[in-house]
Design a protein around this ligand. Structure first.
Ligand code: CAA
Length: 257
């Protein structure tokens, strides 16, 4: 399948999606959203695919939502079309996916990266929510996901001043899982994705679901939700296989059942 604004490759059980609008530093326009939602839906529906990596270029993961596309929109246009709501279809992806970020991840770019299950950053990565400089605010979840990731102090400072965070600060603040040399970014992200793709698929989806539940529930409800999913995995063939394989000192052979 070929797209206008992204490249999609399958590497074994891993789907690599690359934002490809270099002339606009991968700014996220409506076509990017249409392409991304289609690619993520196909990834989720394809039993041969177990994990995805979303990346950009060396210079920019994405420099934000497309300012040129938005500049003349009215309140009625934005509210009426529920602009950006389409990204809920990206976050509805059930299988795990990683954002591999080099260069600029600003505004919607930072927000798209934060929709991933985790971020691996190149040492060149720069994260920010500069919308305030355009007299607007984050609109793709940044005020919520950034605050949950790094806490109120840094999130508030970034949203109010538009200050960027470099990769080292993003790692120490908990925004990214780890930082790697820029030249190794995609290889490192693919390695993590391959490790995830090698796990029993139902357990991977359950792990993702339960970690995400931590942001939606009380501790008590979250712990019960986790326990029920854990119980449920004992109805899978892969749980029998996984535990037998450990006892027999051999690798597990998963069916996804
Ligand atoms: N939208 C549309 N076009 C963009 C863009 C964006 N967000 N970011 C960059 N571009 C375009 C530039 O207009 C330029 O195009 P032209 O050559 O046709 O002029 C091209 O990409 C290259 O950009 P620059 O010349 O500006 O590159 P630079 O290296 O000098 O600067 C940058 C890089 C600091 C990232 C700068 O491009 C920049 O500040 N971009 C905008 C960042 C921003 O404000 N993002 C937030 C957008 S609003 C948003 O995202 C709302 C939301 O919450 C979802």
């Amino acid at each position: 399948m070929s797209y206008e604004t992204i490249l999609v490759e399958q590497k074994g059980g891993v789907t690599l999606i690359t934002l490809n609008r270099p002339q606009a530093l991968n700014a996220l326009n409506s076509q990017v959203l249409a392409d991304l939602t289609d690619a993520f839906a196909k990834f989720d529906a394809d039993d041969s695919q177990r994990c995805a990596v979303l990346t950009g270029s060396e210079k920019a993961f994405a420099a934000g939502a497309d300012i040129k596309e938005m500049s003349s929109q009215s309140f009625a246009d934005m509210y009426g079309s529920n602009f950006f709501a389409g990204y809920d279809r990206v976050t509805a992806t059930r299988k795990p996916w990683i954002a591999a970020v080099a260069g600029w991840a600003l505004g919607g770019g930072c927000e798209l990266a934060m929709m991933a299950d985790f971020i691996i950053a190149a040492d060149s990565a720069k994260f920010g929510q500069p919308e305030i400089k355009l007299a607007v605010t984050p609109g793709m979840g940044g005020s919520q996901r950034l605050t949950r990731a790094v806490g109120k102090a840094k999130a508030m400072e970034m949203c109010l001043t538009g200050r960027n965070m470099d990769a080292a600060e993003a790692e120490s603040a908990g925004l990214v899982a780890r930082v790697v040399p820029a030249a190794d970014l995609v290889a490192e992200a693919l390695k993590s994705a391959e490790a995830i793709a090698g796990m029993a698929p139902l357990a991977a989806i359950a792990a993702k679901e339960m970690v995400n539940a931590a942001f939606e529930t009380t501790l008590q409800q979250g712990v019960v939700f986790e326990r029920r999913l854990f119980h449920g995995l004992f109805g899978s063939e892969d749980q029998k296989e996984g535990m037998a394989a450990f006892i027999e000192k051999r690798p597990g052979n998963w069916t996804g059942r």
